[in-house]
Design a protein around this ligand. Structure first.
Ligand code: PLP
Length: 373
């Protein structure tokens, strides 16, 4: 791990940059707002830990009533254990002998659920669970409409559900239905309709499972872009939103029902960067580049500075241009960048600096950083 960029009690000016900054008041408000909305609907919240990869933030979500956490990788799930979580869902198809062994180790420590959509894979999961003397709970993942993940042939569902039900060491718990691209559909009506269509698919699949005389107690899915439509539709028993804790520029490009930028939560995540060169009045260079950001969804925003535009990044520096009529930041001045895509930006950092009222109030490790396996 790299050195921590700040100490408790530091002011923002003391933080060494580039640094991943979390506004703790905004974080708390986002955690409370999502918890309240899901609770009111009668569903439960299982936030996705791939966004923050932080045991400390997972603990805050659990304290606010989350039933457990999602993780995308087995190692990421392991990294969340210091939060005290007792119920984990690995939202992926875990393949390979070593990974399955680690999955079974996890199943000894927490209630563990994972996904499948393939009869051959059911055999692997069952063999591993039996060999290690554990029970693994299973959600059958069905295609949510984007033909990206999950079972794409509804006709194959009865045999798959029976196979899971009969497999020693496995328990059929229900369905997973998550459509990633739909979370980022800009138009509110289109996003809502796609979410309802995903729920319709889940409803048909649930009815097939029930018609076999099997139980389907959990239907898990939904994200930050779809959760309101998912709760309104009332089919999901469990919501898996992740990005809501931080938000990002890309989610800010979604529109709400009135056609305004979608801002149900407050931006809490920033990359703090320092101006290190001011070569001419029209642009400055800052110390955050490709290795401090993530640019798959575009350039970061510059928080509170509509007169500036982050236009280009090289490995270790970024170019910030001064728009007409704008004020060029001075050498040594810091800027708060708004990441364009929160999850992979977090994965660039060993540490997260929590700030409250201008003072560093937490320095948290990003426990799951680099947990790709
Ligand atoms: C990323 C992800 C989520 C969370 O989505 P957000 O848009 O970040 O809220 C939920 N479920 C699965 C399977 C995911 O991959």
């Amino acid at each position: 791990m790299g050195p921590a960029p700040a100490r408790l009690g530091d002011g923002i000016a003391d933080v060494e940059t580039p640094a991943l900054l979390v506004d703790l008041d905004a974080l708390d408000a986002n955690i409370a707002a999502m918890a309240a909305q899901v609770r009111r609907s009668g569903a439960v919240l299982r936030p996705h830990g791939k966004t923050h990869k932080s045991a400390a933030i997972a603990a805050l979500q659990l304290a606010a009533g989350a039933v457990g956490l999602c993780a995308q990788k087995v190692s990421e799930a392991e990294a969340l254990l210091p939060s005290g979580v007792g119920d984990l869902l690995v939202t992926n198809h875990v393949v390979g002998a070593r990974k399955l062994e680690r999955l079974c180790d996890l199943a000894r420590r927490v209630r563990l659920t994972t996904l499948t959509s393939d009869p051959g894979h059911v055999g692997w999961l069952s063999d591993a669970a039996r060999a290690h003397g554990v029970e693994i709970e299973i959600l059958i993942e069905i295609d949510a409409g984007d033909a990206r993940m999950g079972l794409q042939q509804p006709d194959a569902l009865p045999d798959l559900a029976r196979a899971v039900d009969r497999a020693p060491g496995l328990r059929l718990r229900g369905l997973q239905v998550y459509n990633g691209p739909l979370q980022h559909m800009r138009d509110h009506g289109a996003r809502r309709q796609a979410a309802h269509e995903a729920a319709d698919r889940a409803e048909r699949a649930r009815d097939v499972i029930l018609s076999l005389g099997l139980a389907c107690e959990t239907i898990s899915g939904g994200g930050t872009g779809s959760f309101a439509a998912d709760l309104e539709r009332g089919l999901f028993t469990e919501i898996q939103a992740g990005s809501y804790v931080f938000m990002d520029e890309d989610y800010g490009r979604n529109l709400d029902a009135a056609g305004e930028p979608f801002r149900p939560f407050t931006q809490s995540l920033f990359v703090l960067t320092t101006v290190m060169r001011t070569p001419n009045p029209g642009c400055v260079y800052v110390d955050a580049g490709v290795k401090a950001l993530n640019l798959d969804c575009g350039m970061p925003g510059v928080h509170g500075r509509p007169d500036l535009a982050f236009t280009r990044a090289s490995d270790e520096q970024g170019r910030v241009e001064v728009l007409p009529g704008g004020r060029a930041p001075a050498l040594g001045e810091t800027l708060h960048l708004v990441p364009s895509h929160c999850d992979p930006t977090v994965n660039q950092y060993d540490w997260m600096v929590g700030v409250r009222g201008g003072t560093v109030a937490a320095v948290w490790p990003v426990n799951g950083r680099g947990c790709l396996i």
